[in-house]
Design a protein around this ligand. Sequence first.
Ligand code: DX5
Ligand code: ZN
Length: 224
Amino acid sequence: MLKLSPSILAADFTILGEQMSKVEEGGCDYFHFDVMDGMFVPNISFGIPVLASVRKFTKKTLDVHLMVQDPERYIDKFIDSGADIVTVHKEATDDALSALRAIRRRGKRAGLAIKPYTDTKELIPFFGEADMFLIMTVEPGFGGQKYMDICTDKIKALRGSLREAGLDTDIQVDGGITRDNINTVIDAGANVIVMGSSVFSGDIKGNAAYFTELFRTYNKGEIQ
Ligand code: DX5
Ligand code: ZN
C-alpha cells in the first residue's frame, strides 16, 4: 500500500496548524517529522516540544525521522511525546539493532535509515528487525534539494532483497520527490513517500489531493 508522509519541515511554522489542516483536507497517511541535531547533519530543526504540540493537533501517524547522533538517547522521549514511528540512521549509532528493539519494545514501529551513499546491503542484517527502511534520496539536512538519481537502483535493490527474503517491509524514500519522479520511485519499489516542498508549496490542499488520488489509483491496481 502506498502511503503519503508530508514533511512539516517545509511548512510555514507561523501557521503550522492551518497548513497541516490543509494537508489533511487533501489527504495524507502520516506526517513526517524531521529532527536535526546539528551534529549528525549540518542543520538544526525542531524537537520534543514541537512534536508534543503536533501530537495534540492531529490523529495522523507521526513518522519521526531522527537525524540525530546516538539517537538511542532520545527514543523514549520522542515516543512519550507522540511518535508512532521512530526512524534512526544506521550511520548515527554503534548499535542500530538495540535501537530498533527499544522502539518496538515500546509498541511503536521501528525504522532504519541510510544516507544516499550507504550501501543497501548494510540493511540486510536488520531484515525482520525493522518495520520500515528509509532510503534517503538527498543528503540529509535540508528540504528542497534535488532527487539523487543514483538512489533509484538502491530502491530496486532493496525491494529485490526483501522479496527474496519473503518480506514486504515498507521502503520509505525521502528528499526531492516531486510529481516528475514520483512514478520512478514507486515503480522501483518505494511505498512510503515523504514530500516536503512538493506538498507545502503553492496549493497545499491541491498538492495533497493530487498525490492521494495518484496513490489511490496505484493501490487499486489501476496503474501497474
Ligand atoms: C531532509 C529531510 C527530508 C526533507 C524532504 O534531510 O529528511 O524529509 O525535509 O523535503 P523535500 O521533499 O522538500 O526534499
Ligand atoms: Zn526526513
